[in-house]
Design a protein around this ligand. Structure first.
Ligand code: ZN
Length: 326
């Protein structure tokens, strides 16, 4: 029975989630939520983004959130940075890992950051140099966004994605992940594209950042797992992920992803009951905001055991949520 985690679940809710909602979660709730996620066993959390507060008031307290989070034992504290200026601030705040989104779609890149893909690769190179100089222990991840399709140009060529991943690795990124920013991926495509990227950059292949926009989030995660991906981004309650239609969920739901892996016998290191507790902290900090997830609704089910053979402690979240199970 495995005791060491076999996959790394990287929680992106405090960044991807909170920057996508209208409301701003008060700092005290953010810290309590991150504490609760850490207590549930999460060991990598994207806690915010270093962008000007006038653009994203939800992230105005990011430096404080980073300082708090870096005191949690064993936690890799990650922050999104859109450019070198953001990277400078993130390194000054003491993050353990930087993540920089780079669009595979030239049209998306120009519309979003007014820069070409080639310019973004140069930005990554410059951030890697900055990291080498100021904080060599910090990891740099590049996330290839719109890797599976783009809302502006539609289809994104797989050659473009593979080429961009290789260029980012060559520029010094420690990890290069693929993001289904627009929720267009399907499992066959995920298998093919991650397979190609692994062939191109091997061990530098990073996280699968997949969305549940059309209900394929878990199927896509499993497809990525099948071709060797071992880091998965997800968001508690499926918060965020820029859903394009009201009622559409965004990121893969952390609770459901952990349930899938644990019930398959793949250890995540995460305690689902504590994770469901963290979900209540999230809800308390964002009253009225819709959050998603089937496992939280249904409970863990009778007979559920973790990958390491542990049984749930039998507290809340383990029984049927409706209580009318026959
Ligand atoms: Zn996302």
């Amino acid at each position: 029975m495995p005791t060491e985690p076999q996959v790394l679940i990287s929680e992106v809710g405090p960044r991807d989630g909170l920057q996508s909602v209208q409301a701003t979660m008060p700092t005290a709730y953010k810290l309590a939520w991150i504490d609760a996620l850490h207590a549930a066993g999460l060991r990598e959390i994207e806690v915010g983004s270093f962008v000007p507060a006038r653009l994203l008031p939800q992230m105005a307290d990011v430096a404080e959130v980073v300082r708090h989070s870096t005191a949690l034992p064993g936690l890799a504290v990650m922050a999104l940075v859109p450019n070198r200026r953001g990277a400078e601030a993130a390194l000054a705040a003491g993050v353990n890992k930087l993540t920089l989104p780079v669009s595979a779609s030239e049209a998306h890149s120009l519309a979003n950051v007014r820069r070409t893909r080639a310019q973004m690769v140069d930005e990554v190179r410059s951030i890697v140099a900055l990291r080498d100089e100021r904080a060599p222990q910090v990891r740099v991840e590049a996330g290839v966004s719109t890797a599976f399709g783009c809302t502006i140009q539609g289809k994104v060529s797989e050659d473009d994605v593979a080429r961009l991943a290789a260029a980012l690795a060559e520029a010094g990124a420690d990890e290069v992940g693929l993001s289904d920013t627009t929720g267009m991926a399907n499992p066959a495509q995920v298998r093919r594209l991650f397979g190609r990227v692994r062939a191109e950059i091997g061990g530098r292949t990073g996280a699968a950042h997949l969305h549940n926009t059309r209900g394929l989030g878990l199927a896509n995660c499993l497809a990525a797992y099948d071709v060797g991906v071992r880091t998965f981004d997800s968001s508690q309650g499926g918060l965020g992920g820029c859903p394009y239609a009201p009622g559409a969920s965004g990121n893969v739901v952390t609770e459901d992803l952990v349930f899938m892996f644990e019930s398959m016998g793949v250890a995540t290191g995460i305690d689902l009951e504590r994770l469901l507790h963290a979900r209540r902290v999230l809800q308390a900090g964002l009253p009225g905001e819709p959050i998603y997830g089937m496992t939280a609704e249904a409970g863990l089910g009778k007979g559920f055991v973790y990958a390491d053979g542990r049984q749930p402690r039998g507290g809340e979240g383990t029984a049927s949520a409706t209580g009318n199970e026959a």
